[in-house]
Design a protein around this ligand. Structure first.
Ligand SMILES: *[C@@H]1O[C@H](CO)[C@@H](O)[C@H](O)[C@H]1NC(C)=O
Ligand SMILES: *[C@@H]1O[C@H](CO)[C@@H](O)[C@H](O)[C@H]1NC(C)=O
Ligand SMILES: *[C@@H]1O[C@H](CO)[C@@H](O)[C@H](O)[C@H]1NC(C)=O
Ligand SMILES: *[C@@H]1O[C@H](CO)[C@@H](O)[C@H](O)[C@H]1NC(C)=O
Length: 963
């Protein structure tokens, strides 16, 4: 029976399927007519527009005009005429099949009749959805195949070994099948191969060097984001015919240094090596690649200067050298490249001014120069670029005024963190496409005139923070329908901008550090009613009761440093998404709402320095999320709830300066993340006793129980097992701070005799403060094992006995206060070996004998030793002789307050800070103190105020700006 007419084709196929045995299957498959094979193949698939979505990356553009080719196939016509089908003119064999972007949806199994087209030379099924089919080993049967393209079509699993049998293959494209596993280097056997594209597959088990010795006729090698690992002796650039080379995103791939290739790589058009590792500099020879259009070396660890030879590459449209360590002057000749559409030099260390004149850049869309050391004024050409869409210059040192833009095309403008002056250009009002506008942290004088921004209907982010906002026109008649982030922090404003009233889509609002005073207007409660999740009103002059806000979606609320009075409203219990709540430094009274403590979401609760009273609610729930709890400086009373033991993630607990009573909270000793425990200045009492667990407080760095009524012996066993205080590997943690930077971790501690606020706390900062209690007995020797301790304060107790010589092992100790006890005997000589000891107070004891001399001890003054009748030697005027012990010290010495240090900095500077009431002053004192001692520094780096905004911006840059 002939199988020519379509009516018989299906019958033929059925009879063939019925009569063929599995073993004869594949041979019989190839015996059916190609047209019926195609028809049957088509029947196993359905059509779905979503199977071929248009796809765009920086290099490929796919399925822009997709349509279902097979829908136009006509069954009773010759399949050689069908769309996408190519037949050999003489033999009538189907030799080509192109069904790319044809809405095909469904699996391709090994029994598919697709595999009975043995004469296929080209096969393109890219841009469809084959439902995570495995790539069948039958693909290895297309012996004549020269071009195989299965990219972006939802194949899955391993590529079959049989692909290596396609010995005529010239082009193999399996890219964009996410995670496709490549375990065999099939290309090694394919001698005709010129193009290999496997982007997004998983090549982690392939040795990069199996890519060596590719045929000299290779034109395309594209393996980005393939998880290639290890070192690659890099000769690709020297392949004489290479045109496209893309190894980007293999961040474990070490390419060594870029090779020099004489005369070759002149055809290279596309070179993308972003996020691979290089060592060293970019060589001048890169200027020989005259055909280059796209050069992306983003984040490649390159150093040195940017070669000026790059300006020979006149065909360049994209040049990305961002996130490297390029130094030296900005190469001005790059600005004359005629065809550039994207120039990305941000996040390097480039210096110098911008060119005064440019001849290129007529097509530039994206100009990114942020985070360098560029200076000078913004040249006029910058405002005349006709195609400019993103201008990102933040984080440089530009001065002068911002000019008026000529074109209307800008969508993204960031001039923040410079030294610009003057006002904002009026031309901004014409940017109907503008989505992102940041002029933050300049010296601009901004009139928030509504006519100017009212036309920016696409504006999503507006950041004028840290400038002088001189006038806000508060007559509103417009909306900014897309505004999601508004930052007017540090703008010197004194009232809530009414434009907020209509900002219904707002997600992030920052009005901190202004002079906004009085009651919060009622309408603020409606701002971003369903969208607001971040609200910062810190550091203003807000008064009256707590504002009625829409708490629904709120995640972070900062209202600290205002003058709010009254109670925390129970409405706050509606804030079921609240993660961070900072109401510190107000005048709030009443009780802590139970719901706050009961929350399973709250991560930080900061109610410090208010007038809250009552007990701490006892209902911390199991599995809660708390990491920071600060209740310091209120009038809370009653016991510390035992349910705090449910806070498995807790890192900071500060309940100092309240009226809490009870015994030492040993039930917290199982909190493995607890770093800071401050219960100072409360009414705790009794003996501390022994720990109940083997390793109590395994992560504790700061333990402050001072100013309570504890009594009995010092808790020897606790000291024995405080793991985190025994050994901190400083090399490893040197620059880590406590917390995750989400919230600025700050804490009041007593340091060197002063009660101060640390704004960020280094993880190696470890102190113990037991002062002002009634501890008695001797100091246990075991304390000498707490090698990481920076500060130890046992002053104002009833301790007796000797100072253990083991204290000489506290090699990190910087201050030691044992004053006002009943210690006796000699000061152990070993203390003189403590290299970092800066403050020593042993006054008011019964110590005797020779004060150790040498090293740090040469820097301590008399008041370290006052009221110890038996001490003698430097710095005391009393000489050590047999009668010394009996003479009282001269009165003048006791009172003289002279603690000059080796750095020439005295406590005067510190008390100046005190006088101003500025904690920071004291810390500056401390910092000055530390200069020249690089070992550890309590860095006062203020966390960026606007983490959230910066984060948002980063996303915008990555998604909107490029890639
Ligand atoms: C191919 O399959 C599609 C979807 O199942 C169908 O619409 C089309 O008519 C088929 N073409 C032929 C010639 O059968
Ligand atoms: C082809 O194979 C698949 C999966 O093994 C099976 O579900 C399907 O029924 C087979 N089709 C035919 C016509 O045998
Ligand atoms: C190379 O191709 C030949 C011929 O198709 C095949 O027999 C052989 O197994 C292949 N070898 C490898 C390593 O792929
Ligand atoms: C970066 O390059 C330097 C040499 O310039 C090299 O020492 C260093 O290991 C490189 N870093 C990485 C992460 O590859």
């Amino acid at each position: 029976m002939g199988c020519l007419s379509w009516k018989y084709q299906v019958l033929c196929l059925l009879s063939f399927l019925l009569h063929s045995t599995p073993s004869s299957f594949s041979s019989s498959l190839s015996s059916i007519s190609p047209c019926s094979a195609l028809l049957h193949f088509n029947r196993t698939l359905s059509l779905d527009r979503d199977a071929s979505p248009s796809y765009y990356s920086y290099r490929i553009q796919m399925c822009d005009n997709s349509y279902p080719k097979t829908a136009y196939w006509k069954e009773d016509t010759d399949c050689c005429t069908w769309d996408g089908v190519v037949c050999d003119r003489t033999t009538r064999h189907v030799i080509g099949l192109d069904l790319s972007c044809s809405w095909l949806n469904g699996p391709i199994h090994s029994n598919s009749t697709l595999f009975s087209l043995p004469h296929l030379r080209t096969l393109n099924l890219a841009g469809n959805d084959f439902n995570y089919s495995l790539i069948s080993s039958k693909f290895g049967n297309f012996k004549a195949l020269t071009h195989l393209n299965l990219s972006n079509s939802m194949f899955f699993g391993k590529i079959p070994y049989e692909i290596s049998h396609l010995s005529s293959l010239v082009s193999l494209d399996l890219s964009y099948n996410y995670g496709l596993l490549i375990e065999t280097p099939v290309w090694k056997n394919l001698t005709q191969l010129r193009e290999l594209l496997l982007d997004w597959s998983n090549m982690s088990s392939i040795r990069p060097n199996s890519l060596m010795n590719l045929s000299s006729s290779f034109t395309t090698l594209s393996l980005h984001d393939c998880n290639l690992q290890g070192k690659l002796q890099n000769n690709f650039l020297c392949l004489p015919n290479i045109q496209t080379l893309d190894l980007g995103g293999n961040w474990n791939l070490d390419l060594g240094s870029l090779p020099k290739c004489n005369g070759s790589s002149i055809f290279l058009k596309f070179l993308d090596l972003f996020e691979t590792r290089f060592s060293g500099e970019l060589l001048d020879s890169i200027g020989n690649m005259k055909s280059l259009k796209h050069l992306d070396l983003y984040n490649c660890n390159l150093t040195g200067s940017i070669p000026t030879s790059l300006s020979n590459l006149t065909k360049l449209t994209t040049l990305d050298l961002s996130y490297n360590s390029f130094r030296g002057l900005l190469p001005l000749s790059l600005f004359n490249l005629p065809n550039l559409s994207g120039l990305y030099l941000h996040n390097n260390q480039l210096a110098g001014p911008l060119p005064n004149h440019v001849s290129g850049l007529l097509n530039i869309k994206n100009l990114y120069l942020s985070s360098n050391f560029l200076n000078g004024t913004l040249p006029s050409w910058m405002f005349n670029l006709p195609s400019l869409e993103s201008l990102i210059l933040d984080g440089n040192q530009f001065i002068g005024e911002i000019g008026e833009f000529k074109s209307n095309s800008l969508g993204y403008l960031d001039l923040g963190y410079n030294k610009l002056q003057g006002s904002i250009p009026r031309s901004i009002s014409r940017f109907v496409n503008l989505t992102y506008l940041s002029l933050s942290s300049n010296n601009l004088i901004i009139m928030l005139e509504l006519e100017m921004i009212s036309k920016l209907k696409n504006l999503e982010l507006l950041d004028f923070s840290n400038n002088s906002l001189v006038s806000i026109n508060n007559n509103v008649t417009y909306t900014l329908p897309k505004l999601s982030s508004l930052n007017l922090s540090s703008c010197n404003i004194s009232e809530f901008p009414i434009l907020l009233r209509i900002a219904t889509t707002l997600q992030i609002l920052d009005l901190s550090k202004n002079r906004i005073y009085g009651q919060v207007p009622r309408w603020l409660g409606n701002v971003g009613r369903d969208s607001l999740y971040f609200l910062d009103l810190r550091d203003n002059l807000l008064q009256g009761p707590f504002p009625t806000l829409s708490f629904l979606g709120l995640e972070s609320l900062f209202v600290s440093n205002n003058k709010l009075t009254g109670e925390i409203p129970s409405l706050i219990c509606n804030a079921s998404s609240l993660k961070v709540l900072d109401l510190s430094h107000n005048n709030l009274s009443g009780m802590i709402p139970k719901c706050l403590v009961h929350s399973n979401v709250l991560l930080m609760l900061d109610l410090r320095m208010n007038s809250l009273h009552g007990t701490i609610p006892a209902s911390f729930s199991k599995g809660n999320n708390f990491r920071y709890i600060y209740l310091n400086g209120n009038q809370l009373e009653g016991p510390l709830p035992q349910s705090l033991a449910n806070c498995g993630n807790l890192e900071f607990l500060d309940i100092g300066s309240n009226k809490i009573n009870g015994t030492f909270p040993y039930w917290l000793e199982g909190l493995i993340n607890l770093r800071v425990l401050v219960i100072r200045s409360n009414n705790f009492q009794g003996h501390i006793g022994n720990p109940k667990t083997k390793f109590p407080f395994p992560n504790l760095h700061i333990l402050d129980i001072s100013n309570n009524e504890f009594s009995g012996p010092l808790p020897r066993k606790y000291f024995k097992y405080l793991k985190a205080m025994i050994n901190v590997d400083e090399g490893e943690v040197a620059l880590k701070y406590m917390g995750d930077g989400y919230y600025q971790d700050s804490l009041n501690v007593t340091m060197k005799g002063l009660y101060i606020e640390l704004v960020r706390i280094q993880t190696i900062f470890t102190t113990i403060d037991f002062s002002n209690n009634s501890f008695s007995g001797e100091m246990p020797k075991i304390i000498g094992g707490l090698k990481s301790l920076k500060g130890l304060n046992f002053s104002h107790n009833n301790l007796t006995g000797y100072i253990p010589s083991s204290f000489g092992n506290l090699s990190n100790l910087e201050w030691l206060d044992l004053s006002f006890n009943k210690l006796m005997g000699e000061i152990p000589r070993q203390l003189a070996d403590l290299p970092w000891l800066e403050v020593l107070n042993l006054s008011h004891n019964q110590l005797t004998g020779h004060i150790p001399s040498g090293k740090q001890f040469n820097t301590f003054a008399n008041d370290s030793y006052t009221e110890n009748l038996g001490l003698c030697g430097f710095p005391l005027s009393r000489k050590c002789n047999s009668h010394a012990a009996k003479k009282p010290p001269p009165l003048a010495l006791q009172q003289k307050d002279n603690l000059e240090t080796e750095n020439g900095f005295g406590w005067q500077a510190v008390s100046m800070g005190y006088g101003y009431g500025v904690i920071f002053g004291m810390l500056m004192g401390y910092l000055m103190f530390k200069i020249g001692k690089p070992k550890w520094i309590v860095r006062m780096v203020k966390l960026e105020q606007h983490i959230m905004l910066r984060r948002l911006k980063k996303n915008a840059q990555r998604h909107g700006g490029k890639k």
